[in-house]
Design a protein around this ligand. Structure first.
Ligand SMILES: *Cc1c(COP(=O)(O)O)cnc(C)c1O
Length: 461
């Protein structure tokens, strides 16, 4: 090895020396000592490799810079709230529905201590898990019985496994849907041990198709809401009342996987009418399954509502133990349902965002444009559309006001910097411009958003 590289190697600081630099104190506080140590070691090793091949040892502040950058790349957004400037209200990759302030308050009050999750305080005996939550759900939805599990996929799996294992479930070919990355009706069916009996065609299914398929092997009729797509043109579906009639005739349960259960009619916000939970139950479905974190506006969970006769059978399935709702979600859901019962549904973030008026959005957008101008960004306000998202309301959009920002330099770099900032920011890119929809930005984040954009415009990484 040449002599000058021996001297370069001697310049290489030790891992301990880099770690003890005051510049990393905040990173150690944020990511912990072991995490930062591992990163420093990796960087120092890399430099040593490079130096032994004839490279130079960078100065300490450059090494610190590398460590900091590496930490950001390795642990992006760790425990930081993301600013959602996409206008997609139920953004699946950003955790769907944000919880209400009331739910968050209850969580912070209860989570650090004990809660009578499975204890009946009236008798002092062991109780049903989160029983008050299920009783509140019953009342809020006018349902005979309610049961909550980990998510809606679990709800459907539990229903199929309990009521149809080894027997046939009749479903329209137009409803063999896939939701998000994982939930596919035929695969959940297979996992449950039920046998899929598909009828009709992609675009046309009639009640007589169901009728012909009924046999002594039939366990149930299943309707699945087309949550994230629409079929238009030459179409026909068997209606729920028709299915109910048929189910009754053969004494079969009618199960409705509604997916996104709205309690408030989305038409009141100027969107297309999405079937509400009340309507789904009233249509005669014996069991309705929904996601808690879609239009219901609560935590991740699967809510099963309907006839006590069937729900009681679900309760006895040993699978329930593996699919049950966790303590945190149970508490958050209880608080959310109470808000519905108190007539405070409009305060849930999902409905707040849907209800945000164009006047308000315009006012906020104008202020944002002004503040961005101060930060040397040229931006303008235009008309646009917000999306419900989360596999809800496929065609459904809300008129909104967009802030369209011109970005100097690489757009990819700019977006990456925004994503890696603190807090991270997610927006959209359209026609070479960065597009912000303030509908999904909480008003108290407007100023933080300006600072984040200003930082992304100038910061090094
Ligand atoms: C969203 C959805 C599901 C899956 O619900 P998760 O809560 O994500 O498990 C199942 N079926 C339908 C119709 C849906 O819309």
């Amino acid at each position: 090895m040449p002599n000058e590289n021996q001297s370069e190697l001697r310049k290489l600081p030790s891992v301990e020396k880099v770690l003890s630099s005051p510049e990393l104190a905040a990173d150690i506080e944020r990511y912990s000592h072991p995490v930062v140590t591992a990163t420093v070691r990796e960087i120092v090793d890399k430099i040593r490799d490079n130096v032994s091949k004839g490279g130079q040892t960078p100065p300490l502040d450059a090494i610190l810079e590398m460590v900091k950058y590496h930490l950001i790349i390795e642990w992006p957004g760790l425990l930081e709230p993301v600013i959602n400037a996409t206008g997609i209200i139920l953004h699946t990759n950003l955790g769907r529905a944000p919880l209400s302030a009331a739910a968050v308050e209850v969580l912070s009050k209860l989570l650090g201590g004990y809660y009578a999750l499975e204890l009946d305080l009236a008798t002092g005996e062991r109780g049903v898990r989160a029983q008050s939550m299920e009783k509140l759900l019953q009342i809020a939805n006018g349902a005979e019985s309610a049961l909550v599990v980990n998510n809606n996929a679990a709800a459907v799996l539990l229903v199929l496994s309990t009521l149809a294992k080894g027997r046939e479930v009749i479903v329209s070919r137009g409803e063999l849907v896939q939701i998000g990355g994982g939930f596919r009706v035929p695969e959940v069916m297979a996992a449950s041990g039920a046998i899929l009996r598909e009828v009709g065609t992609t675009n046309q299914t009639f009640i007589r198709d169901f009728e012909t398929a009924v046999s002594d092997q039939t366990a149930m009729l299943l309707a699945v809401h087309r949550s994230n797509f629409a079929i238009r043109g030459f179409t026909h579906d068997a209606s729920l009342p028709e299915l109910k009639e048929l189910a009754k005739q053969f004494d079969l349960p009618l199960i409705y996987d509604l997916g996104s259960g709205a309690i408030i009619d989305t038409a009141t916000f100027g969107m297309t009418h999405e079937p509400t939970i009340g309507e789904a139950l009233a249509s005669g479905a014996d069991i309705v399954c929904i996601s808690g974190d879609k239009l219901f506006g609560g935590p991740q969970c699967g809510i099963i509502l309907g006839k006590k006769f069937y729900v009681d059978r679900l309760r006895r399935n040993p699978l329930l133990r593996a699919l049950r709702i966790d303590k945190y979600a149970a508490i958050a859901l209880t608080a959310t349902v109470l808000q519905y019962l108190k007539g405070q549904a409009a305060e849930l973030p999902v409905y707040r965002m849907m209800g945000e008026t164009l006047d308000n959005l315009t006012r906020r957008a104008d202020v944002l444009v002004e503040n961005l101008a101060t930060a040397d960004f040229s931006a303008e306000v235009t008309d646009g559309e917000s999306l419900a998202g989360g596999g809800s309301l496929p065609d459904e959009t809300l008129p909104t006001r967009l802030v369209v920002v011109a970005v100097k330099g690489s757009m990819d770099e700019f977006c990456r910097k925004l994503r890696l900032g603190t807090p991270p920011v997610m927006g959209c890119v359209r026609e070479g411009k960065f597009v912000i929809d303030l509908r999904t930005v909480f008003p108290d984040q407007d100023t933080i958003l300006v600072n984040a954009i200003a930082d992304a415009g100038k910061s090094k990484h």
